[in-house]
Design a binder for this molecule. Structure first.
Ligand code: OAD
Length: 246
C-alpha cells in the first residue's frame, strides 16, 4: 500500500490537471451511511420506491418522512473528515482543479473546497415545485410534511431523483473536465450509477490516469482504474498528502 500511496502522490504532483470524482463512501467517516453495501440506505429501502421521481410525486409525504428521518438529522450533524479536508488542501495548493461529487451533503464545501460540481444536486436547499424559489433547508419548517413554500407550493429537495436529468451545467462541465484531466481520482463510489460513473470512463478514454480509492473492489477496479488503493478514504488521503509534503 505504501508503494501505491507514493505512486498516487507522484502522479498527482506531476499532473497538469487533476479532477476528483467522489461518492457516498467519502462521507462514511463523517457518519453518513452509504447507499449500497453493508449498512447502506438501499438495504432498508428500495431506491425505486423512495428515490425515484415518480414515487415522490405519487406519495410525497412518505418520501419526505423517510428523507427527514434518514437524511436530514444525519447531514445536519456531519462534519468534514480527512478526505474532504485533504481534497480542499489539494485545491488550495494548486494540485486539484475541481471535484465532481455525487453527494448532496455539502461536506466538500464545508471543508473549504471551492470548485465543487454537485452532479446530483444538493440537500442544502429545497425548491418550490410551483414558483421554483430555492430555500435553505435549515430555514424550512418540517412541522408540516411535505413542507410548503410561502406561495403554497410543495417543496422538494434540490437533489436529482432517479428518473430525472442531471443538471445540464453540471453534466457539461463534468464531461469537459473528464476529457481534459490527466489524472482522475475516483473516491468512495461504487461506480454503478450513470452517468456519474461514466466520468471515469471518459477520463480513461482521454488518456488520463485513473486512481481509485475505495474500501473494496468496484466496477472500475482492474478495468477503468489504472490502480486501486483499498482502505478508508480519509486515511489514504492523509497518506498521499504526507507523501506530497503538503
Ligand atoms: P454507493 O453507496 O453506491 O457506494 C459507496 C462506495 O463507497 C462503495 O464502493 C464502498 O465500498 C465505498 N466506501 C464505503 N466506505 C468507505 C470509506 N470509508 N472509504 C472509501 N470508500 C468507502 O454510493 P455512490 O457510488 O455515491 O444517487 O452512489 C451513487 C448514487 O447512488 C448516489 O449519488 C445516489 C445513489 O442512489 C441518487 O440519489 C440519484
Amino acid at each position: 500500500m505504501k508503494e501505491l500511496i507514493k505512486r498516487a502522490a507522484e502522479d498527482i504532483k506531476n499532473a497538469r490537471l487533476v479532477v476528483a470524482l467522489t461518492g457516498a463512501g467519502v462521507s462514511v467517516e463523517s457518519g453518513i451511511p452509504p447507499f449500497r453495501g453493508k449498512g447502506g440506505l438501499w438495504e432498508k429501502f428500495d431506491p425505486m420506491e423512495i428515490a425515484h421521481i415518480d414515487s415522490f410525486l405519487a406519495n410525497p409525504e412518505r418520501v419526505w418522512r423517510i428523507l427527514v428521518a434518514e437524511m436530514k438529522g444525519v447531514i445536519d450533524k456531519a462534519q468534514p473528515n480527512n478526505l474532504h479536508k485533504g481534497l480542499a488542501r489539494l485545491e488550495e495548493t494548486g494540485n486539484l482543479a475541481a471535484i465532481i461529487t455525487q453527494n448532496v451533503d455539502g461536506l466538500h464545501q464545508a471543508a473549504g473546497s471551492k470548485d465543487v460540481i454537485e452532479f446530483h444536486g444538493t440537500f442544502a436547499e429545497q425548491r418550490c415545485m410551483d414558483c421554483e424559489a430555492k430555500i435553505p433547508t435549515s430555514e424550512v419548517s418540517l412541522e408540516v410534511i411535505p413542507p410548503r413554500c410561502s406561495c403554497g407550493g410543495m417543496l422538494r429537495p434540490d437533489c436529482v431523483f432517479f428518473g430525472e436529468m442531471i443538471p445540464s451545467e453540471a453534466l457539461w462541465r463534468s464531461k469537459e473536465l473528464a476529457e481534459q484531466c490527466d489524472v482522475m481520482m475516483v473516491v468512495g463510489t461504487s461506480a454503478i450509477v450513470e452517468p456519474a460513473a461514466s466520468m471515469a470512463r471518459i477520463a480513461k478514454l482521454g488518456g488520463a490516469t485513473v486512481i481509485e480509492m475505495n474500501m473494496e473492489r468496484t466496477m472500475l477496479t482492474g478495468r477503468v482504474a489504472d490502480y486501486s488503493l483499498f482502505g478508508g478514504a480519509g486515511k489514504l488521503m492523509t497518506g498521499i498528502l504526507e507523501e506530497m509534503g503538503i
